[in-house]
Design a protein around this ligand. Structure first.
Ligand code: G3I
Length: 347
């Protein structure tokens, strides 16, 4: 009798317990909603939260060249595999991040045994082998790659639109073309992204657009542009965001927000404040945080035909790279929904 009553209580008039709707369900008619994970998130509570809310996963760090391939004959697949295998088992597709970036790079690719710089031809041979190995290993579960990350300068008055990284110094802009060439060889089906931050700012937006157009004119397969989306309470404006989406969607078939977080920055838009200590955030700042998330997602919904995935960078404020005190995500340090969650899902 008790069991029957309990079952009846669980779900009156339906065949199974009501499943809690998550971001992925609310946005099923708009775009996929993804999240960047670290191996430490592979625990029951955070796996359950991921399954409830998201339908795309990115590895925050463990697929980056310097992490997964730290020496010519050293491959660290275990951490990436722990996330990829979980995604495979749960039918979640992944974004690959990333194949070529001046940060967390496999620096051994640039020098010989004596530590002298290698030629760009030798570098390309090593980069090609890296890309073919990583892309080949995960092509069953990864549907798109951030092939090149952050190759454009932030300087609006610079003569040269490219970041003057060690990659550019060795190769000029050719390393961009080569990285995409190798990725296209390794997985002709994958969508190949150029990914960058501050892409909503008109100057950088236009430099990114010009580079992608130029590369496409040279026969390079760039069919996605990733707007990272590391925002604060004021940037981007709705207009910045809308204009960037329109600009990029006129060039490529796939536009995504790839690394979304909205930090409160005690200085309101000043320099990043990577404080990691927990702090209470005032009601007035919470209201601004809610307003910026509401504005951001309203514009994304208006552009639903042009956006195919929106990925949050980290699962909860506990993990965020900008620190807990910047209050950046939709879930707090206890994995509970924050006020901005309501603003994003009730429309
Ligand atoms: O792996 C080492 C570990 O061995 C060491 O003990 C520890 C302490 O020094 O550092 C660990 O490396 C850290 C790495 O994350 C992995 O946890 C680095 O110090 C730390 O700088 C690195 O930060 C990452 C950052 O990229 C590197 O620039 C952040 O977690 C990651 O969220 C961030 O993500 C980038 C995207 O990939 C590209 N777009 C910008 C975004 C923010 O910078």
């Amino acid at each position: 009798m008790i069991i029957a009553a309990a079952l009846a209580a669980v779900c009156v008039g339906c065949s199974s317990p009501a499943k809690e709707q998550g971001l992925k369900d609310v946005y099923a008619d708009y775009f996929k909603v993804g999240v960047a994970l670290k191996p430490e998130n592979m625990n029951p509570a955070e796996q359950a939260l991921t399954l409830r809310e998201f339908n795309s996963v990115t590895c925050e760090n463990v697929m980056k060249p310097g992490e997964i391939h730290p020496a010519a004959d050293v491959w660290n697949f275990a951490k990436a595999d722990s996330i990829a295998d979980w995604c495979r088992a749960n039918g979640i597709k992944m974004r690959g991040h990333c194949l070529c970036w001046h940060n967390q790079f496999a620096m051994w690719m640039l020098s010989d045994e004596e530590g002298n710089p290698v030629s760009k031809e030798v570098f390309y041979e090593r980069l090609r082998e890296h890309i073919h190995t990583v892309v080949g290993r995960y092509k069953d579960v990864i549907y798109c790659w951030d092939v090149v990350n952050e190759a454009i300068t932030d300087d609006d008055v610079a003569e040269n639109p490219f970041r003057q990284s060690f990659l550019y110094e060795l190769c000029g802009d050719e390393f961009i073309a080569k990285a995409f060439e190798f990725a296209a060889e390794a997985d002709p089906e994958a969508v190949l992204f150029y990914n960058d931050y501050n892409s909503f700012l008109p100057g950088k937006r236009d430099r990114i657009a010009a580079m992608v157009r130029d590369m496409q004119a040279r026969g390079v397969k760039i069919n996605g542009i990733g707007m990272q989306g590391h925002c604060n309470l004021e940037v981007p404006t709705a207009e910045n965001l809308s204009d960037a989406i329109d600009t990029f969607a006129s060039i490529v078939d796939h536009v995504q927000v790839t690394e979304l977080d909205i930090r409160v920055n005690r200085e309101f838009g000043g320099q990043l404040n990577f404080s990691h200590e927990g702090e209470t955030v005032s009601d007035s700042i919470i209201a601004l945080h809610v307003a910026q998330y509401e504005r951001f997602f309203r514009v994304l919904r208006e552009h639903k035909e042009q956006i195919d995935v929106v990925t949050f960078w980290n699962l909860s404020d506990k993990d965020s790279w900008v620190g807990t005190a910047n209050y950046p995500l939709l879930f707090d340090t206890e994995l509970e929904k924050k006020p901005a969650y309501e603003a994003v899902t009730k429309f």
